[in-house]
Design a protein around this ligand. Structure first.
Ligand SMILES: [Zn+2]
Length: 381
């Protein structure tokens, strides 16, 4: 495992490539944002897109997929600044937090937009998550499938010509040069980067008793008779999570300062109790945690040094999201032993080595990392 020399991302992270100087594609993405991308012409391109959208729309101009989080506030604010009429669409997580609900309610009220809170049967969500967790080691697949499919399907059905997504993840967290400079979220992007494990809804048919009807909400429109443009706002305006939070706060977004749910940001991932599990599984599969991502962004923003980020990883330790794991197991009607046994199934042998009765990662970022006691490492303390 190799780590970027500028940030702390390992080359096991999907989409991360280290160049000959040991600099990762996410750091190159940040450099692109500062030097390579002409933001003035991108802003003009957005104005053109808005004008074209206005000539095509017959009701709402655009759908903004929202969770209630800081980024979705920013997306709605930007859309409205450009005079776009917005239909906000949410895939409703089965584990919405109290603060997530509050922010969503406040957003609809304070930003003054129409909203669909699309709820899939919790029993379907439960069975689908069980199937993807046990077979692919991901709890986040149904979430990703639904939150991409629902806005796309509604846009086609309601004849809404534009969908305004948030950041371009390949620009913020690492991708190849073409992907970093792209602005489009299409079927190709979804299959490569949608966290769908190269599957679609049909693949899961019959697993955990999932029926055609159960899977409706997760399906993309089969042969759409209406063209929807589906773009990342972060491809037109320079994305900055801290700046977005400040703008969202100015309009009424709230978060609990110092209450970190996952990673090192108290203002992110606060809407859903299950998102932390999606991030946590990366420890087994790729040998890093959400804090590696957020601290690396902070390094790129010039807020901390690489040494400070390394020290923070050491200070936090593994930091498993125990409360959220307990909530997930209760939702599934399963024991936590089941959860840990499934995690263990997905421990990646290309990353992990078993020695003296415990699992370790050779050449880990923190040489004196506490790998736990032999045999008991998996037990939450
Ligand atoms: Zn880097």
């Amino acid at each position: 495992m190799r780590y970027c020399k500028q940030c702390i991302l390992p080359d096991t992270r999907p989409g991360i490539f280290l160049d000959d100087d040991g600099i990762c594609s996410a750091c190159h993405g940040h450099r692109d944002k500062e030097t390579k991308i002409d933001w003035t012409s991108r802003a003009k391109a957005f104005e053109t897109l808005v004008a074209e959208t206005k000539t095509q729309s017959t009701s709402y101009d655009c759908i903004v997929p929202v969770s209630g989080g800081k980024d979705s506030w920013y997306q709605v604010i930007k859309a409205k600044e450009h005079g776009l009429s917005v239909l906000a669409v949410t895939w409703r997580t089965p584990a919405r937090t109290e603060i997530g609900q509050r922010n969503l309610d406040r957003m609809i009220e304070k930003l003054g937009v129409d909203h669909i809170d699309y709820t899939i049967s919790p029993d379907v969500e439960r069975r689908f998550m069980k199937a993807t967790f046990e077979e692919r080691g991901t709890t986040g697949l149904p979430m990703h499938m639904a939150l991409f499919a629902i806005p796309i399907r509604l846009a086609v059905q309601f004849r809404i010509p534009l969908i305004l997504w948030g950041e371009n993840p390949q620009l913020e967290y690492g991708g190849n040069e073409l992907e970093r400079l792209s602005n489009t979220l299409d079927a190709d992007w979804l299959s490569k980067h949608g966290c769908l494990e190269s599957t679609d809804a049909s693949y899961w048919l019959g697993k955990e008793g999932l029926s055609e009807t159960d899977l409706h909400a997760y399906r993309l429109p089969a042969s759409p008779d209406f063209t929807v443009r589906s773009v990342f706002l972060g491809a037109f305006y320079k994305w900055n999570s801290y700046e977005n939070t400040r703008i969202a706060q100015d309009h009424g977004f709230v978060y609990e300062q110092g209450a970190e749910r996952t990673g090192t940001w108290d203002f992110a991932d606060i809407d859903c109790e299950f998102i932390s599990l999606h991030h946590f599984l990366k420890w087994y599969k790729f040998g890093f945690t959400r804090a590696f991502d957020t601290l690396s962004v902070q390094i790129r923003y010039g807020m901390i040094t690489r040494d400070q980020a390394v020290a923070e990883i050491r200070r936090r330790g593994l930091d498993a999201p125990k409360a959220d794991i307990a909530t997930f197991c209760a939702f599934q009607g399963k024991s936590e032993d089941w959860f840990w046994a499934v995690c263990e199934k997905f421990r990646n042998p290309d990353v992990w080595v078993r020695s003296e009765g415990r699992w370790t990662i050779p050449d880990f970022l923190i040489p004196d990392w506490d790998w736990g006691k032999p045999e008991s490492e998996m037990e939450p303390s």
